[in-house]
Design a protein around this ligand. Structure first.
Ligand code: ARG
Length: 466
């Protein structure tokens, strides 16, 4: 075995006279977390071996031995019987060493025309391509949970807020469908990001390409990549795809955190807009009466963590000279942690939504007492030919009067209203009611029931839940 003249026992140990310090092995290893790339590492190695055989760089028998050995190793890792060795640094060398131990010289030929620099880029790209698809499914489930609630609550009114102040009445379903749009954009963003992940890096070798007669397009076809990367130095140095992926994850988690904040507020006594199911809340160890919204709080809190992963990798890449530098090994823990966090948050959100009930009575009550149809009176005056700025002033004075008398806009009589403008007629009362206000907003994308129902049907069709 090659180790005979190799004091360090490493696959790269030939030029070293001394063993690696234990502290260095502990500091540089990545196997404790990159083991989870094993399936994709093996998938990539198999495609590489088939290419080497096709090009005559290894024999058919050697290729078969490699493929067989890799299949067995994958099975052992699946079964939990494979022993990972930190002194072999990472998943790539753990697998290669196990292969060589198993099939001998053929295993030593696997790394022909390949470097760990292009190998690790390949593994992460294959891994993220699959995870992108998994995230798409989870996002669709969350969209479905929101859409189902929007269907159940169709017709219910609530205050719409700006600056967290009651602004204009809207349909609860309109509010819920806003999240369906946000998660829809998250899905599109991920699909777009995967386009740039889906580029085949192998064949870059360390940084400059190789003089051996490889066939990169063959490997790309084997692994279902639509294209091979164009510049070997760029490929070796590039982690843009990881940054983009983390940005996509961060945006998802930020969207979730905005929803979470609303759920926390809405479940407070001051709002009582929502009742989260008992199974999805937690209690207090001292206050017996408490039922706390810990799930949305944690979702909100984890937005900090996911954003941190993005910022961490941004800073890792900043100022790095071309091409590969070991700094890049720092990409994986951030990507894995952010992925786990976002996936867990998405799947608990779908459950949480399905197990919550909106208190539509309370929401309707909350539409009273904020002069929320004031804009409707101004719009009404505009239809009676008053310039909008004048109308704004007139309604402002009407609101002041109501405030002084402690009454609602609907409580004013026609005569009282007419003192502010002779353009006001009996039909003013059509726009003063909350329902009238909501249903008047028929502009495309508006909150009128007709528009919201159209949007709901569109969402149901897209999600296949019609
Ligand atoms: N574990 C390494 C990483 O994740 C693999 C590439 C190592 N390449 C090297 N030249 N040391 O980046």
């Amino acid at each position: 075995m090659a180790g005979a003249h190799n004091r360090s026992g490493k696959l790269w140990g030939g030029r070293f006279a001394e063993e690696t310090a234990a502290s260095v092995e502990a500091f540089t290893e990545s196997i404790s977390y990159d083991w989870r790339l094993y399936r994709h590492d093996i998938m990539g190695s198999k495609a590489h071996a088939r290419m080497l055989a096709k090009q005559g760089l290894i024999t058919g028998n050697e290729c078969d031995a490699i493929l067989q050995g890799l299949t067995e190793i994958e099975q052992e890792i699946n079964d939990g019987t494979f022993v990972f060795r930190p002194e072999l640094e990472d998943i790539h060398m753990n697998i290669e060493k196990a292969l060589t131990d198993r099939v001998g010289a053929a295993g030593e030929k696997l790394h022909t025309a390949r470097s760990r620099n292009d190998q690790v880029a390949l593994d992460i790209r294959l891994y993220l391509r699959d995870e992108g698809a998994a995230l798409d499914r989870l996002l669709a489930e969350v969209q479905e949970a929101f859409t189902r609630q929007a269907r159940i609550c169709l017709g219910a009114v609530m205050p719409g807020y700006t600056h967290m102040q009651r602004a204009q009445p809207v349909l609860l379903s309109h509010h819920l469908l806003a999240y369906v749009e946000m998660f829809g954009r998250d899905r599109e963003r991920m699909v777009d990001c995967v386009k740039r992940i889906n580029i085949m890096p192998l064949g870059t070798a360390a940084l400059a390409g190789t003089g051996l007669p490889i066939d990169r397009d063959f490997v790309a076809r084997e692994l279902n990549f639509p294209a091979v990367s164009a510049n070997s130095m760029d490929t070796s140095a590039d982690r843009d795809f990881g940054l983009e992926f983390l940005f996509c994850l961060t945006t998802i988690q930020l969207h979730l955190s905005r929803m979470a904040e609303e759920l926390v507020l809405w479940s407070a006594k001051e709002f009582e807009f929502i009742e989260i199911g008992d199974r999805y809340c937690t209690g207090s160890s001292i206050m017996p009466q408490k039922k706390n919204p810990d799930i949305p709080e944690l979702i909100r809190g984890k937005a900090g963590r996911v954003t941190g992963s993005l910022v961490s990798l941004l800073m890792t890449v900043k100022g790095l000279p071309l091409t590969y530098n070991r700094d890049l090994q720092e990409d994986k823990e951030q990507i894995f942690d952010a992925l786990d966090t976002v996936k867990a948050s998405l799947s608990i959100t779908a459950e949480l939504l399905a197990n919550s009930e909106f208190n539509t009575e309370r929401m309707k009550e909350a539409t009273y007492g904020g002069f929320m149809t004031a804009t409707d009176i101004a719009d009404y005056l505009v239809t009676k030919n008053m310039p909008f700025r004048q109308a704004h002033g007139v309604v402002g004075r009407i609101v002041t009067l109501c405030q002084q008398r402690g009454i609602e806009l609907v409580e004013l009589s026609l005569e009282e209203l007419q003192q502010f403008s002779d353009r006001i007629e009996k039909d003013i009362f059509d726009v003063l009611s909350v329902e009238g206000s909501v249903n008047s907003r028929t502009s495309a994308g508006g909150t009128a029931c007709v528009r919201v129902e159209e949007a709901l049907v569109r969402a149901e069709q897209q999600l296949g839940i019609a």
